[in-house]
Write a protein that binds this ligand. Structure first.
Ligand code: CA
Ligand code: CA
Length: 89
C-alpha cells in the first residue's frame, strides 16, 4: 500500500519508491516518470514521439484542435502543429 502525506509533501517524507513516482520537477502535475517533457511545464504528452508537445498556446487553434489530443496552455512551448504526424507539420 502506498501512503502519501499530502499535508506535508516534502520529498524527505517519502521513501525512494514514492519519491520517484511523485517527483514533478516542472510543477505541471505530471510526475517526471510519465511526463514526456519533465523540464517543460507547458507540455506533458508527445503523442507521435517527435519531441514536440501536444499542447498549444494559440487561441486561434482552439476550434481546430479537437479529438482529445493536447490542450490549450497559456504560453505553451515546443508546440507540435500536427500532434499525430511525426515532425512539426
Ligand atoms: Ca512534470
Ligand atoms: Ca509530437
Amino acid at each position: 500500500m502506498l501512503v502519501v502525506d499530502r499535508e506535508n509533501p516534502s520529498p524527505s517524507n517519502y521513501n525512494t519508491f514514492t519519491y520517484i513516482l511523485m517527483n514533478d520537477d516542472d510543477g505541471d502535475d505530471f510526475a517526471g516518470l510519465i511526463d514526456d517533457f519533465p523540464s517543460e511545464s507547458t507540455q506533458w504528452f508527445d503523442s507521435d514521439n517527435d519531441g514536440w508537445g501536444d499542447n498549444w498556446g494559440q487561441n486561434s487553434w482552439n476550434l481546430t484542435r479537437t479529438g482529445g489530443i493536447g490542450e490549450w496552455v497559456m504560453n505553451a512551448q515546443r508546440i507540435d502543429e500536427c500532434p499525430l504526424t511525426l515532425g512539426t507539420s
